[in-house]
Write a protein that binds this ligand. Structure first.
Ligand code: ADP
Length: 441
């Protein structure tokens, strides 16, 4: 700064001295000094004009302004460069924050120390309904749940909070808050509805399994206690007790078997097309019908209509369980004298498996829940007929693993129809039929 002023001082001094000398030679030294000063001021004014034009512009690298304005312009240019760099760095940081946060599936909201919104990502708009115009507003205006307000105000963010979504009460949000930047807070919000539902399902499932096992176990324990209390008993009584124990023991066995099967279906490797074998469905259905007739014991008319040329690519054991459950259900729920029709026939470019009965039918409100584990329309009837409540859940899983769909149609008093639709990729036409089709075309 001092060289800045001293340079300019020597510049004036040189100019005035020169003019004074010229004035002295001409005999007007004072006029020489005055003219020297005026010329200096005029040059200064000219330089200022150029400087002012440059300053009003975009502050590019300055020209040589000469003298005081040269130093000034370069100082200003350096300050401007520094602040532009800082601004670029900040906007780069902000852009990177926006890019990163918008890629997150969770909502991210930055709050100031009062809980006012500073910024948020795309997911926050979806999950919390925040709009760009909401910046600067208090977050409590959008999330009015008293538990959230308490969480926000206490400042104790060791725990996370789970509350219903402000947009949809059926959704559960998980909220975590953490101190951030200077006096700011970072709020992370995730949709955990799916996890919550799974946890509830798991809890219900364990409760149901325990309940299903406890009932037959209590019966078995009851008879064992009686046998222990009464001591030695005659052969006929002993046989009677064993007969009575057999049914609940059988029920427990069926339940454990169905549970194991379901667990394998849930966790097993997918029944992909490459690993699948071609199943002779016609032959499989003949075996299932034989078993159904044994169970029916002549009480039903069971008819089978199959296209033996249509085969299925899949896992035979699983398909057998799925089809078997549907046929056996029809036998178990259809009263004596009823009719059961089993079909494996072409359906468009593909094929479908259907089991139709003229049994009691199922009321419409039960249909969407029938494939849930342990869901029964009539618990007593299901148990007395040996049902575990898992049959249709097994069917659903088997079909899911074979890219197929289950359609149920039923009307109380008119009977039920359970149909499995397979995609064309799962169908394999037997050689004879392929040949026939080629000849026809
Ligand atoms: P369950 O072991 O109780 O039969 P499922 O999962 O196989 O369990 O079936 C669920 C419920 O669907 C049954 O409890 C029964 O109420 C109903 N259901 C299944 N098949 C039929 C059918 N063919 N006719 C009438 N109701 C049926």
């Amino acid at each position: 700064m001092s060289s800045f002023w001293s340079n300019e001082f020597w510049r004036i001094a040189r100019m005035v001295l020169l003019c004074w000398l010229v004035g002295l030679v001409l005999g007007f030294p004072l006029w020489g000094v005055i003219i020297g000063l005026v010329v200096y001021l005029w040059i200064l004014g000219k330089r200022y004009q150029r400087f002012a034009v440059w300053m009003r512009g975009s502050l590019t690298e300055p020209d040589d302004f000469d003298g005081i304005f040269d130093d000034l312009a370069f100082s200003m240019y350096r300050v401007h460069q520094r602040s532009t760099k800082r601004k670029n760095r900040l906007s780069d940081l902000l852009r990177r924050w926006q890019d990163t946060s918008s890629a997150l599936p969770d909502a991210v909201v930055v709050l100031d120390k009062n809980g006012d919104i500073i910024r948020f990502n795309q997911a926050a708009s979806t999950l919390l309904g925040l709009k760009a115009s909401d910046q600067g507003q208090y977050i409590g205006n959008f999330m009015r749940n008293p538990r959230f307000i308490h969480y926000l105000l206490t400042g104790d963010y060791n725990e996370h909070l789970e509350i219903a979504s402000p947009l949809d009460i059926t959704k559960i949000l998980n909220i975590r808050m953490t101190p951030y930047g200077q006096d700011q807070r970072l709020m992370l919000v995730g949709d955990v509805t799916h996890i919550q539902r799974l946890m509830t399902m798991r809890r219900d499932f364990i409760g149901n399994v325990s309940h299903e096992l406890r009932t037959p176990l209590t019966v078995i324990m009851g008879y064992l206690e009686t046998m222990k209390d009464t001591g030695v008993c005659d052969e006929a009584t002993l046989k009677d007790y064993i007969d009575r124990i057999e049914a609940p023991a059988q029920r427990m066995k069926s339940l454990v078997e169905d549970l194991l099967l379901l667990s394998n279906l849930d966790t097993g490797a997918p029944a992909g097309l490459s690993g699948s074998l071609v199943i002779n469905v016609a032959a499989m259905l003949k075996n299932i019908v034989t078993e159904a007739e044994q169970l029916s014991n002549g009480q039903h008319t069971i008819s089978l209509d199959v296209d033996s040329d249509i085969r299925l690519k899949g896992i035979e054991k699983e398909i057998y369980s799925g089809f078997y459950n549907l046929v056996i259900n029809a036998v178990r729920y259809t009263p004596e004298g009823g009719k059961i029709i089993i079909e494996w026939l072409p359906y468009g470019d593909s094929a479908r498996f259907c089991v139709r009965d003229n049994g009691p039918g199922i009321a419409r409100e039960h249909l969407p829940r029938l494939t849930e584990r342990f869901y029964r329309v009539d618990v007593g009837r299901s148990r007395s007929s040996g049902g575990t409540g898992l049959g249709l859940a097994i069917v659903k899983q088997v079909l899911r693993r074979h890219d197929a769909e289950l359609h149920i149609e039923s009307e109380p008093g008119k009977g039920s129809e359970f149909c499995c639709f397979f995609p064309q990729a799962r169908i394999d036409l037997h050689e004879n039929s392929k040949q026939e089709k080629r000849e026809v075309s």
